[in-house]
Design a binder for this molecule. Sequence first.
Ligand SMILES: Nc1ncnc2c1ncn2[C@@H]1O[C@H](COP(=O)(O)OP(=O)(O)OP(=O)(O)O)[C@@H](O)[C@H]1O
Ligand SMILES: [Mg+2]
Length: 304
Amino acid sequence: MGVILEPLLWCIKYRPKNWDEFVGQESTISHLKSFAESNTLPNMIFYGPTGTGKTSAADVFSKAILGSSLEANFKSLNIRDIWFMSLTDAKRTVQDLAKLGREERSELEEYMSIVYREANDALKLKGRTSPPNRSQLLQEAIRFFASTSTVTDEKIKILVLDEADALSHSMQQALRRTMELYSDACRFILITPSLSGWSPAIISRCSVLKFPQLTEEEIVAHIMDIAKKENVTLEPDAGPAIARESEGDLRRAINLLQIIATNDSNVTEDDVYTYSETTLNRTTREIVSLTIDGSYQDARKMMR
Ligand SMILES: Nc1ncnc2c1ncn2[C@@H]1O[C@H](COP(=O)(O)OP(=O)(O)OP(=O)(O)O)[C@@H](O)[C@H]1O
Ligand SMILES: [Mg+2]
């Protein structure tokens, strides 16, 4: 089986580009729509399990609010990506990066090279001689975009912090201060799987919007729609099987459909179980737990 390149991934091709393209999430989408229509832009937290439309909704909402000034006044930072970025990479200058080909440098690397210098200069001003550490860099990455003035007539900017659950407690405190300090110029959309671990001080400053797991019916309807557009035949039991295997995660459902359809444009229920990672994972989990529980014979039966 060949690797499917990113632009050809159906979950990217069918990423919602406007409110009508969202599946489920009616109450959340209607809140966001009315915020956008009344030009209301609070700080927000989007929370819910993976593959339910959080990042897509942040994009569509920001586009609805900022319109043509989106490019200048919108930024999305993935907190985990920044946290795990190597300091050596972050340290590269804009000139170093310019020497690399367009394909070899990412937008985040370019941004972090500016952030590194800002953080370094700020430390020098305070009389420190050591270079910025990871958490100083992350704080500066957030502060830098929030603090720079808007380029266009638009008065407000939007900063999306994706995978914001990776912020430690002390970084959450720093974020709260940044949110307050730049509240005239920048609004934040924080994206996280759940609210646990979040400081009440941050939660109380945000409109909190929940993205619940999608239902099997919603997933089946969406999968059937994509199958039709892609000329894939879904046998009657295959759609519900994909929905069950993907456990409310629409990205996983679309990926599973695409992987199966790449091999055979007639998708059967059996194909779903053959290609589904969850079934394999679940079987492994069952074997392990049977072994731990002492039912070694039963575990052996499953392994055969
Ligand atoms: N509610 C939805 N309506 C339509 N498509 C969706 C929805 N949720 C997810 N998808 C599909 O799944 C893909 C991933 O969605 P998205 O990135 O918005 O999810 P997420 O909630 O941010 O997930 P994660 O927590 O893993 O980042 C989208 O590109 C889209 O194809
Ligand atoms: Mg996301």
